[in-house]
Ligand binder design. Structure first.
Ligand SMILES: [Mn+2]
Length: 580
């Protein structure tokens, strides 16, 4: 069992926690968690607990952004057809919708273009550029793509189509030749480096804000635009969480306010999506975006074309919104089925590789009949399961299309670069990348990549320890504490949900197996003289060990027991070990 093998690492107590807690008016445990996240100064801590939407950096801080906004405003006034060209994932379609909403409200002529994930692939392509120019586009704005698409930008220049590139992906040595290049890395050029890399939709949001300013004729945007921009933070939140950028700094601010907005959104498409996913209003957090809404928005692009998902984000007719949401629901179900089959096949293949070569540092799996649209998700699941980087390749006659997912401590993009002689194309970043290759090159590619990973991936990095923030006192855990804890969110990448550990706890009575399929475990414990109910998802196998241990230590997240209804705290168990 995985949980038993993992080491527990409990962060050392910080001496300053008590003092900070008094200054902030929170529990010392909260101050300790802030410290664990690198926040030890009062101002910093205050901003973290209470971020402000009006604290966002100004659009002027990004080179070319005002130039881009002016060009768009001009196109709006001159009725030049504008096309937004976005990526097909949540980040791309939400960013595209953001630009669309603002330009439409300003009375511009605007259409969207999203490439087909499998037929066209990621990024700007020459064919699409030519087609759009032929159809009369006079200005192209990219979202979440374009920063390395030099060939397509040359083609755009040749057909006389000016392009504004907005992107957040790593640029290569040269910035592309375009009318304007809006990229967070360029802040450094004007002495305003961004503190955390934003998602593509957040870059698009800054552009939309700057366009609204241009149209409003001053720094203060008109009320109508202000209201729209606040509404659009809901889309930025979806993208920030779904694209797994660090939930810190400005990203966290946008995600926090956007999530609140998402619960009361006036956009008919988002309303329909939330309803069809069965989420009750006002209860949205990063979990819902990452595991409920995000997959539905991605499903269309994975299984077919992302156009329906994008349309959902801009639709104004509630009837049409419902039709689109139903369609996404269906596509998502189909995606889940496919994913389950591919996961089973991949685990079988992986287990074979794992056992026959215990030391392989990276799994490279290839099979015919795998769907290129879902292998990325399956690769992520396998990373969690095997704690090693995974490359999944869907084989089509002669060619393979792959998706790679990595772990902390191994830059998969660098790995692919080192093995690029075997690839037709590749791209991505440290944790995730895509690739294409000829079937005949799979074996040498696999050997080269495993050799590279063997050299650069330290063995100790393979199974990460369970990181525990703090061991609170049992009596601290009440509804007020839960409320304070909530202020540390939204949780996600680089801002994990705090994890706690009990001291010695005694299991009371017999643990019960619950849930469909008997996967979960629930039991009561006595800890520090207090009794808690617990729920341990997917840990039914622990039942016998618990009966045997009786005295144990639990890693947990405290949650409000909604069934009990009286502010009782339940422990959501993440790991269990025998008490020493
Ligand atoms: Mn992105």
């Amino acid at each position: 069992l995985d949980f038993l093998e993992r080491e527990w690492r409990i962060v050392e107590r910080w001496d300053g926690a008590e003092e900070m807690a008094v200054k902030l008016g929170v529990s010392p445990t909260i101050a300790q968690i802030l410290h664990n996240r690198g926040i030890v100064e009062l101002e910093q801590a205050k901003n973290f607990l209470d971020p402000k939407l009006n604290g966002l950096t100004e659009p002027e801080d990004m080179p070319d952004l005002v130039r881009a906004a002016r060009r768009i405003a001009q196109a709006i006034r001159d009725k030049e057809p504008i096309v937004v060209y976005g990526d097909y994932d949540v980040d791309g379609i939400t960013g595209t919708a953001i630009v669309w909403h603002v330009v439409s409200k300003a009375g511009g002529i605007i259409t969207n273009y999203v490439p087909h994930r499998i037929e066209e692939g990621y990024g700007l392509n020459v064919l699409a550029i030519k087609k759009l120019a032929q159809e009369g586009a006079k200005l192209l704005v990219t979202v979440d793509c374009g920063i390395r698409d030099h060939a397509a930008l040359v083609a755009a220049r040749e057909v006389g189509l000016p392009v504004i590139v907005t992107d957040h992906h790593e640029p290569d040595a040269d910035l592309p030749d375009a009318f304007a290049v809006v990229h967070p890395s360029r802040g450094a050029e004007v002495g305003k480096p961004v503190e955390v890399n934003p998602c593509g939709a957040a870059v698009a949001f800054k552009l939309a804000w700057a366009v609204a300013r241009e149209i409003s004729g001053g720094k203060r945007v008109d009320d109508g635009f202000r209201e729209l921009l606040v509404e659009l933070t809901a889309l930025v939140a979806l993208a920030t969480i779904a694209d797994i950028v660090p939930l810190l700094g400005e990203n966290r601010t946008l995600a926090k306010f956007g999530l609140e907005r998402l619960g009361t959104t006036k956009l008919p498409g988002l309303q329909a999506l939330i309803k069809s996913a069965g989420i009750k209003g006002g209860k949205l957090d990063s979990y819902h975006v990452g595991f409920v809404l995000g997959p539905r928005l991605n499903a269309a692009g994975r299984m077919g074309h992302a156009n329906e998902a994008l349309e959902l984000l801009i639709v104004s007719d509630p009837e049409r919104a419902k039709t689109l949401a139903d369609y996404l629901e269906k596509q998502n179900k189909a995606r889940q089925k496919l994913e389950e089959r591919i996961t089973n096949e991949a685990v079988e293949l992986a287990e074979y590789q794992h056992q026959s070569a215990e030391q392989v540092p990276i799994l490279v799996l290839a099979k015919e009949g795998w769907h290129a649209g879902v292998i990325g998700i399956v690769a992520s699941k396998l990373v969690d399961r095997f704690h090693k980087p995974v490359v999944m390749i869907a084989l089509h006659p002669g060619k393979g299309q792959g998706s790679a997912r990595s772990i902390e401590g191994y830059d998969i993009n660098q790995g692919l670069t080192a093995c690029s002689e075997y690839l037709i194309g590749y791209g991505g970043h440290a944790m995730a990348a895509g690739l294409r290759l000829e079937v005949g090159k799979i074996i040498p590619f696999m050997q080269a990549l495993q050799e590279h990973a063997g050299r650069y991936l330290s063995k100790g990095a393979v199974v990460p320890p369970i990181q525990i923030d703090v061991m609170p006192r049992a009596e601290e855990l009440d509804s007020n504490f839960i409320w304070q804890l909530k202020k540390l969110g939204p949780f996600g990448h680089c801002n994990p949900r705090p994890l706690f550990a009990t001291g010695r706890a005694e299991v009371l009575g017999e643990p019960k197996i619950v849930g469909t399929g008997g996967k979960h475990l629930t039991f009561s414990v006595r800890w520090d003289g207090k009794i808690f109910r617990t729920i341990a998802y997917n840990q039914a196998e622990m039942r016998d060990l618990l009966m045997d241990y009786r005295q144990c230590q639990l890693a947990f997240e405290p949650i409000l027991d909604e069934w009990a209804g009286s502010g009782l705290i339940q422990l959501r168990i993440k790991a269990i070990r025998r008490a020493e």
